[in-house]
Write a protein that binds this ligand. Structure first.
Ligand code: SF4
Length: 560
């Protein structure tokens, strides 16, 4: 336990009910095994053991709590053994389900990458990860098939170019989502880059914030498209112009998906750029000190926000953590453009940025290497990952656009994706994820290819122009944000007449976040009994889209 932790005096005040495990209310005594090991020996401490023991002595030397707990603080999860079906995991011991290889998550705060960094990730993939690489919907890049023996060398290479896996997973401040067009878009309200860099440099790896009740997600944008899915983060700032105080941010707190999905709420304050880092620290500290730690299923900040509400949350933030009141602030207006940045757009300096779509974020190490070379050959050295499993290439001169666009196509990166490829995302799924029930990436790619063929008539006739988002999860967690999609699919085993369960999905309909084609954010509805097998998915989506196009009134969106 740290000194600061020990100094937090217990404040027992709720003897009549079971304690929630809030440090400032109930004291810091751990109420479950997870909280015990986090206090005894924090996740950050495992790095020394990985470097000095586990990488030398191999997988079988790894302590169980390190393997299934502390490794996450360094972006490492064991991956699923190949060939274990989704319906067969409940009775398996961890060692029967997990492989001796790891998924390694490289955190990319703000999604900001140089071609030098991209080349390093690509070469690590080729050398140590069987050429695997997935762009995630939180702007990270995930590699697979990593051996513990290779982790120190991977860290050495990453850290030499300013990248890391520090706190990429675990009960910590995770990667900071940032607008993929920060600092370059002509219509930007405020550039969040200095703030994102300050937060990453000051607080990532800070032991005082390395034992939160659960994961803590941050998103910051200054772009009017509101391009960082801010409503489903624990802490989010959205750029606004205050009528008298000037440019700053609107603060949102307490969003999160998975079970008990909840959109974040505005605190109604104006956050000036110069206090934004302190406000982030205040909200994060509230989570550390008041977050619920007794049950992990109730530990995300959204549960505290649900009980407190935004008025009390603001009061505690101002009175106990900032020591001053924040001014009231307006909400940001509805976005006027899509936040995925697909296509070619002019920057404020007259050069261009290009948003391109791999299929459901899947790429490879070799392709990352080729992409770095291609970008450099066209006069740029910068790109961004996005919260939509896409990439944005920056700083391309006008006279190099055509050549670059042609060079991207053979890499599977197109700036003119079909509406289906553009708006479909999928989580890792059964290929690598131990929690998965169904396969997702191939299922999604198959659905995209089928829908491109089957619905070409509607697209060609101009009857289907706006993307209809299809988000595919391999289990009831929500890594692919199923509640925020027009069509969200939650992986599960479905009964069949012959009694042999088959992989399929529970369907959620009508969700969506702030966007140019819906009035306000809302979570999708689970339609009871509406389930579809993996095999029938293209048929189902095709019929649903055809029914929507045939029945809609003018201007009606899918969500309505
Ligand atoms: Fe794994 Fe489930 Fe997350 Fe998909 S949604 S990556 S299957 S935990």
């Amino acid at each position: 336990m740290t000194q600061a932790t020990a100094d937090r005096a217990p404040r027992p005040s709720r003897p009549a009910t079971k304690p929630h495990g809030q440090w400032k209310v109930d004291g810091t005594a751990p109420l479950n095994p997870n909280e015990t090991w986090k206090q005894d020996d924090g996740g950050l401490n495992v790095r020394a053991r990985i470097e000095q023991i586990y990488s030398r002595e191999g997988f079988d030397s790894i302590d169980g709590t390190d393997l299934h707990g502390r490794f996450r603080w360094w972006g490492l999860y064991t991956q699923r053994k190949p060939g274990i079906e989704g319906g067969k995991t409940a009775t398996l011991e961890p060692h029967e389900l997990e492989d001796k290889y790891f998924m390694l998550r490289v955190r990319i705060d703000g999604g900001a990458l140089t071609t030098e960094q991209l080349r390093v990730i690509g070469q690590i993939s080729v050398d140590f990860a069987r050429d695997s690489a997935d762009l995630t919907d939180r702007q990270n890049i995930q590699l697979h098939w990593i051996r513990v023996e290779d982790v120190p060398e991977i860290w050495r290479r990453l850290e030499a170019v300013g990248l890391s896996t520090t706190e990429a997973c675990g009960d910590v401040p995770r990667v900071i989502l940032g607008s993929p067009v920060a600092g370059i878009a002509a219509d930007e309200i405020i550039d969040p880059t200095p703030l994102i860099n300050e937060l990453a440099e000051r607080f990532i790896g800070d032991p005082e914030l390395a034992n939160l009740p659960r994961k803590y997600k941050t998103a910051i944008t200054g772009h009017p498209s509101q391009d960082v899915v801010h409503e489903i983060n624990d802490f989010a700032l959205v750029g606004i112009v205050h009528p008298t105080l000037g440019i700053g941010y609107d603060l949102w707190v307490g969003g999160g998906l998975s079970t008990s999905a909840r959109l974040a709420e505005r605190l109604g304050v104006f956050v000036a750029p110069e206090v934004a880092a302190e406000v982030w620290l205040g909200v994060t500290s509230i989570f550390r000190d008041y977050g619920y730690r007794r049950m992990r299923t109730k530990a995300r900040l959204k549960f505290l926000m649900n009980d407190w509400g935004p008025v009390k949350f603001r009061e505690v933030l101002e009175a106990e953590y900032l020591g001053y009141a924040l001014p009231d602030g307006p909400a940001a207006p509805k976005p006027t453009s899509p936040g995925d940045h697909i296509g070619v757009h002019e920057q404020k300096d007259g050069r261009f940025y290009i948003g391109v779509a791999p299929t459901v974020g899947r790429i490879s190490g070799e392709k990352l290497l080729d992409l770095a070379a291609l970008i450099e050959a066209h006069g740029s050295s910068r790109l961004r990952t996005t919260p939509h499993q896409k990439l944005v290439i920056l700083d391309i001169p006008k006279d190099r656009l055509e050549s670059l666009l042609a060079g991207l196509e053979p890499l599977g990166l197109t700036a003119k994706p079909s509406i289906f490829r553009r708006s479909t995302i999928a989580c890792t799924g059964i290929e690598y994820c131990k929690l998965a029930i169904v396969e997702t990436k191939v299922t999604a790619a198959t659905a995209i290819a089928e829908l491109e063929k089957r619905l070409a008539d509607l697209v060609d006739a101009g009857e289907l122009e706006d993307p209809i988002s299809l988000h595919i999860n391999g289990c009831p967690n929500s890594c692919a944000r199923i509640q925020t999609a027009d069509i969200g699919l939650k992986g599960m085993m479905l009964p069949t007449p012959d009694g042999d369960p088959t992989p399929g999905f529970q369907v959620h309909l009508g969700g969506g976040l702030a966007s140019s084609n819906r009035e306000e954010a809302g979570l999708g509805r689970t339609i009871r009994g509406l389930k579809v097998t993996v095999q029938d998915l293209p048929d189902y989506v095709e019929q649903l889209v055809r029914r929507f196009v045939a029945a809609r009134s003018e201007g009606e969106t899918f969500a309505e």
